[in-house]
Design a protein around this ligand. Structure first.
Ligand code: SF4
Length: 276
């Protein structure tokens, strides 16, 4: 049954069909669909632009367990969102195509980005992240309610290391490695302008390190921690990796991550970008 998008009021199926007008959907009915890791690799190597990359990521169906989960959640829906359509597809990177700052998270939330179609949107984690980015000048508004709500990022991009919502927030090693092909392709398209990467949590930290090392950067590998830092260098090019506890409710409700701690991470990111 088609339901109206909460902002545009256009009716959509759940999951949303590619190219039917969902805000920020870059795919069309002709966008190829990767159905296994070999096809992911081939498509990821072939893309030339972020627009092309985001389109093919958004239709990817290479991980059977995650495709089933994201679809089941989209069809069944949480009671409080039962009158809404669910995106139910991979969440692509969001933000500008030539960012100085990249924020890397773990994966979309089942009833957050998997519902709204935009990473860190429609849940408490997104409230924390985009408020901090707004305060540091990386976003035009402090709230992130739904795709189509007017949020835009300034000199920044946000993405997840794994693009589909996983059960229990835990992708398997095979899912992680399959999706790493998209991550590598996106890093390669972004690395000419990147100055700072903020990794939210240990998973994003490890994924970012292995992607940068694979891409020819050199850096001393250290264990994840809040405010951990690594300088990565490739020729005369430098990227600062900053670790932050994830903006999950598990951390923000318990006070493990406070607003002040998160603001300090983005203050440092800002300072590094301004001085380089
Ligand atoms: S997790 Fe990544 S590789 Fe797996 S189906 Fe989703 S987008 Fe494709």
């Amino acid at each position: 049954m088609k339901l109206p998008h909460p902002i545009t009021q256009t009716n959509f199926d759940s999951p949303v069909k590619p190219g039917t007008g969902w805000p920020l959907d870059l795919a069309t009915s002709k966008t190829p669909i990767a159905k296994n890791v070999t096809q992911v690799r081939k498509l990821a190597r072939g893309v030339k632009t972020l627009t092309e990359l985001s389109a093919v990521i958004s239709t990817c169906s290479a991980c059977p367990r995650l495709v089933k989960w994201r679809t089941d959640v989209a069809v069944e829906k949480r009671k409080s969102f039962e009158s809404e359509p669910y995106w139910g597809r991979p969440a692509t990177g969001f933000g500008v195509s030539d960012p100085a700052l990249l924020v890397v998270g773990l994966a979309p939330a089942a009833n957050g980005a998997n519902r709204t179609g935009r990473i860190f949107t429609g849940d408490r984690s997104g409230d924390w992240l985009y408020r901090a980015m707004y305060k540091a000048g990386f976003a035009n508004q402090p709230t992130s309610v739904h795709s189509g709500d007017g949020l835009s990022l300034i000199n920044a991009r946000v993405l997840a290391a794994v693009r589909c919502a996983p059960p229990g927030n835990k992708p398997t090693p095979i899912e992680r490695d399959t999706c790493a092909n998209w991550l590598t392709a996106e890093f390669q398209l972004l690395s000419a302008t990147l100055k700072v990467i903020v990794a939210l949590g240990g998973f994003a930290w490890d994924r970012t390190i292995s992607t940068l090392l694979k891409d020819g950067f050199i850096g001393r590998k250290i264990k994840f921690g809040h405010n951990a830092k690594i300088e990565f260098v490739r020729a005369d090019y430098r990227i600062l990796l900053l670790g932050s506890y994830h903006v999950s409710q598990q951390n923000t409700f318990t006070g493990r991550l406070t607003e002040k701690m998160l603001d300090e991470i983005f203050r440092q990111a800002n300072q590094r970008i301004s001085s380089s």
